[in-house]
Design a protein around this ligand. Structure first.
Ligand code: FES
Length: 168
């Protein structure tokens, strides 16, 4: 039996601490803190689940600037678009920089005047025609034209005959 006239409980511990917090209050605070952490974690997981899982890619149709930016007989790589803008005396064409073998990004080698694939050694001419290597096809040409205000515009969704050249 316990002595109910003395403060404390059956174990002889006081019901309140010196700061005045009872065991019941302490357990309530722990419970609410645990529930708060669990609710916060659930909210984060739910938000992550509901957020759209979308991959943002650059638009397939893009402006490539004024024709004067590209000197005659040059190959200019546009890294964001993975496209070469090639200007010859005849005009402009846009060539894909993505290798037709397994999709590596090719590199223009001005010293050799070739587009080379670093992965398995395919080589192409500046106009995309294959020279050597495992690539099964030439690099495709994309539609290229001029905007109403005179800038080059490339549409990567539309491949065209490699003989088509934009004359300016
Ligand atoms: S990916 Fe270009 S040669 Fe293999």
């Amino acid at each position: 039996m316990t002595d109910s006239s003395k403060p404390g409980n059956a174990a002889g511990l006081p019901k309140t601490t010196e700061a005045g917090v009872s065991r019941r209050d302490f357990l309530n605070e722990i419970t609410f803190a645990a529930l708060g952490i669990a609710a916060g974690g659930s909210a984060i997981v739910t938000y992550g689940y509901l957020e759209p899982n979308v991959l943002f890619e650059p638009p397939t149709k893009f402006r490539a600037g004024a024709p004067d930016l590209y000197p005659v007989n040059t190959v200019t790589y546009l890294p964001e678009q993975q496209v070469y803008i090639v200007r010859t005396r005849e005009g402009f064409y846009a060539v894909s920089a993505v290798c037709t073998h397994l999709g590596c990004i090719t590199q223009w080698k001005p010293e050799a005047e070739q587009i080379a694939c670093p992965c398995h050694g395919s080589k192409f001419r500046a106009d995309g025609r294959k020279i050597e290597g495992p690539a099964p096809r030439p690099l495709p040409h994309f539609s290229i034209g001029l905007t109403p205000d005179g800038e080059l515009q490339v549409d990567k969704l539309e491949t065209i005959n490699p003989n088509q050249v934009l004359r300016t």
